[in-house]
Design a binder for this molecule. Structure first.
Ligand SMILES: [Mn+2]
Length: 322
């Protein structure tokens, strides 16, 4: 039996034996973490568990439209008592924003190769395209009825993390699971797309317009860079920007192998997202700056001048392109 199946059985076994269960996603949650968390919440409800879904950060629109979203509560898990705490892509206190996790029996369900293995059970499968794949397999293991809302959330999770089945993590398994969800769960892919990809506010598109105006190309046009400056938020009702859309426009440029997105989050303080294809590993670049992620998607924080950051990062990428 492979690790993926063995761990799935162990996780199902703990759930079977548990009564009070808490779920949490990571801070600044994305569609996979929220869709997977909501699906898991609905699965555990169906099993008549006393389940709570606690997060620290409220997910932005349009994730607020996912079925069951209002069930999420915003508070620490500690000091309430639970038989098990399940962390969806948030296996550490830092990543989940939850304190005192050492006081609980914890399960980490994740597909990031860099996921910390510090929970009591770590079901970490880097081959999985999304945490949603693992929750789907867990649902089968637990023998629950796949409802529309569970299917909708899991499809949203997988379709988001695979970039609508475009990224390199789009596997036969991801497609097969997506097909099974559509077949069994009475929703259509277009309903999910309408929520995730076709409900942009005009303000968001205006924001993308501003961010794209910063586009620079380097290293024989193989590296694209875009900046999000805090001043862009002035005069807009938006509080934040969903980075993935604007990154995907930059990375769509023919010949671009690496896309860097610099998000200004404080004075001389940036969160930098890297997307790559071809020979450059995003993860290796991020590691140099003490960040993490996958081969084709990673990120890190940088303190200092943005122009200095750009030069330093270009040096690292230049080495990898050799
Ligand atoms: Mn994910």
């Amino acid at each position: 039996m492979n690790k993926r199946v063995r761990m799935r059985r162990m996780v199902a076994d703990v759930i079977d034996k548990s009564e009070r269960i808490a779920i949490s996603s990571h801070i600044r949650p994305d569609a996979d973490s929220i869709g997977s968390g909501l699906a898991l919440y609905l699965i555990l409800k169906q099993l008549k568990k006393d389940v709570h879904y606690y997060n620290i950060d409220r997910a932005p629109f349009p994730l607020t439209e996912l079925p069951g979203f209002d069930a999420i509560e915003y508070q620490q898990i500690y000091p309430q008592s639970f038989d098990v705490v399940i962390l969806v892509e948030g296996g550490t206190e830092e990543r989940s924003g939850m304190s005192n996790l050492g006081d609980y029996f914890t399960i980490n369900i994740d597909h990031h190769a860099t996921s910390a293995l510090c929970c009591d059970l770590n079901w970490v499968i880097p081959d999985a395209s999304a945490a949603g794949e693992l929750i789907y397999e867990l649902a089968l293991e637990l023998g629950i009825q796949l409802t529309r809302d569970i299917g909708f959330n899991l499809f949203a999770a997988i379709s988001s993390d695979t970039g609508s089945f475009k990224y390199s993590n789009t596997s036969a398994r991801a497609l097969r699971i997506a097909a099974q969800l559509v077949k069994k769960c009475h929703f259509t892919p277009v309903e999910v797309s309408d929520v995730l990809f076709y409900s942009n506010h005009i303000e968001k598109v205006r924001m993308i317009q501003r961010v794209l105006s910063t586009l620079e190309l380097h290293l024989n046009q193989k590296v694209a860079m875009i900046d999000f400056r805090r001043e862009f938020l002035r005069r807009l009702a938006l509080k934040d920007i969903e980075t993935e859309d604007v990154i995907s426009i930059a990375r769509s440029i023919r010949g671009v192998e690496v896309t860097l997105f610099f998000k200004e989050i404080g004075d001389n303080y940036y969160r930098i997202s890297i997307r790559s294809r071809g020979e450059v590993s995003s993860q290796e670049v991020a590691k140099v700056f003490k960040g993490g992620g996958h081969t084709h998607a990673a990120g890190f924080f940088y303190r200092g001048n943005i122009e200095a950051a750009k030069l330093e990062i270009l040096d690292v990428i230049r080495e990898q392109l050799k």
